[in-house]
Design a protein around this ligand. Sequence first.
Ligand code: ADP
Length: 285
Amino acid sequence: MAENKECTQETPSECTHDCSTCKANCSSRTPTYDAPHKDSHIKHVIGVVSGKGGVGKSIVTSMLATIMQRRANQVAILDADVTGPSIPKAFATKGDVMSTGDGLLPLSTKTGIKMMSVNLLLEEETRPVVWRGPVIAGTVKQFWTDVIWGDVDYMFIDCPPGTGDVPLTVFQSIKLDGIIIVTTPQDLVSMIVGKAVNMAALMNIPVIGLVENMSFVKCPDCGREINVFGKSKAEEVCAQYGIDLLARMPIDEKLSALIDRGIIELMENDYLEGAADAIEKYCAK
Ligand code: ADP
């Protein structure tokens, strides 16, 4: 959408709802942060975002949550990726979500990570969520305002992919401390990362850094790193946008097996330890 400097109050009629390409200072972009439930005391809220689906945003969210929980923090995951909710599966978390009358109680993973996801509320978790944008956005807001999260050191939000209406509503209604961008080598050569960075800048959300997923494959025989998608552009792109490269994570069949079996909390790799260090350091500032 063309720059629209005249527009300061109302959403412009030609609005594409894609704030990543629009510089208009319209009401669409004014955050009206919702307060969390009165019994939620959340110290740090980190959004995990991606330009499109299938790049490993949920796996990165699950791994970061696992690491932070291992480091003796109370961790929570708010699964805002409503149309592709894969967080409960990664932890094999099931059960009825209970209501106290005052709010909803999150479920807990085996190591005690608190979790809320639309998949926990659906009777059949394989049934696709075919809701329209406003309903999805409303659900995500409710996970923030109506869930009694209690005391949480780090909450990770698995954000809806892209830079459209739903992620926009998430960014406007939940005050994030910062975001982690997850991408793949192919996305780095396209405009996708730039869009995510621009959107965050326009919404005044700091980018903690970038995780390049599926960067390479390690040869099981000789340990050599094979750049399946060509030489990584991650450092170059991060330098271009002035953001930190937090990790380059390989394609690892053990990871997908852990996810498929719902036992991500048993992972033994150190792929995202550095990213977790960066989050701790960032949040301590
Ligand atoms: P997104 O949340 O971005 O849609 P997911 O985290 O659900 O993506 O990942 C998509 C699929 O790819 C999942 O089945 C996941 O287990 C698999 N996957 C993601 N990253 C890796 C990786 N580094 N190694 C192996 N499998 C991966």
